[in-house]
Design a protein around this ligand. Structure first.
Ligand SMILES: *Cc1c(COP(=O)(O)O)cnc(C)c1O
Length: 252
């Protein structure tokens, strides 16, 4: 549950002991270097995309990362992303990475015109709602990642690996013209020993989905790896890592 606990956002902003601009730039550089080294070790020509996960952090911290060159940011709560995004440069590519309820789709899409993708698609109902809202608002197709619950923990959102995952991906690809299936996403388990299995499961899901859709595996991204395991995730084929506390410091 620990990633989904609702926090009093304003309180966090007021009390946050902000990391200095310099230390955010430094941590960002360390993560980028380690990501690029991991990616070279496994012979990738392109380093994975780094999404800086900024939930609960004040806009000054995001601005510091932006000034250091970071452009992809990840947020978990609709109210928070809607409040923060207008205060920051409009070429930021926002990734929504929290659980999204159907009744918040409108607020998210209207409030964040530059939303780049939703990484947490987990039901046909949500897909349908997003698809029609994107159409109504006349937006460009929205990129989505299907979230897969690879660890089987009940507290985690996401579809089951296997048939459920394939079915939702197929639904998006065939019945949701205003959505673009960008990839699969998972949150592994904090327990080190089980992470490789979670990542292997996500890779297997990609294979199944691509077979079912008759599409090339290169065309479907894998969003996996957070502060504790992004190096390992890259070595296992991640194309999109989501790193928060290593860049911005611990969340209070
Ligand atoms: C909070 C969060 C992250 C970042 O976690 P860190 O351990 O701080 O890097 C990544 N992905 C999701 C879905 C999250 O909720």
């Amino acid at each position: 549950m620990r990633y989904f606990v609702c926090r009093a956002f304003h309180k966090t902003v007021m009390n946050s002991n902000e990391m200095s601009t310099q230390s955010i730039a430094n941590s960002l550089a360390v993560v980028l270097r380690q990501a690029s080294e991991a990616s070279q070790r496994v012979g990738n020509t392109i380093a994975p995309r780094l999404v800086a996960v900024s939930k609960t952090k004040p806009v000054a911290d995001l601005q510091a990362a932006y000034d250091a060159g970071q452009r992809h940011f990840g947020e978990n709560y609709v109210q928070e992303i809607v409040e923060k995004s207008p205060e920051l440069p409009n070429d930021i590519q926002w990734h929504f990475i929290g659980h999204l309820q159907s009744n918040k789709v409108k607020a998210l899409l209207e409030g964040v015109p530059s939303l780049s993708c939703l990484e947490t698609l987990d039901s046909e109902k949500l897909a349908n709602k997003l698809n029609s809202m994107v159409e109504n608002l006349g937006r460009d197709p929205l990129s989505v990642y299907v979230q897969v619950n690879t660890s089987g923990e009940e507290s985690k959102y996401g579809v089951e690996p296997g048939e459920d995952c394939v079915a939702l991906c197929k639904h998006v690809a065939t019945l949701c013209p205003h959505l673009r299936l960008a990839g699969l996403m998972t949150i592994g388990q904090p327990d080190y020993s089980s992470r490789p299995e979670n990542f292997e499961t996500l890779k297997k899901c990609r294979k199944e989905v691509c077979q079912a859709l008759g599409q090339d595996e290169q065309g479907l991204e894998l969003s996996m790896g957070m502060s504790g395991d992004y190096v390992q995730a890259i070595e296992m084929g991640s194309t999109n890592i989501r790193v928060g506390s290593t860049i911005f410091g611990r969340r209070s």
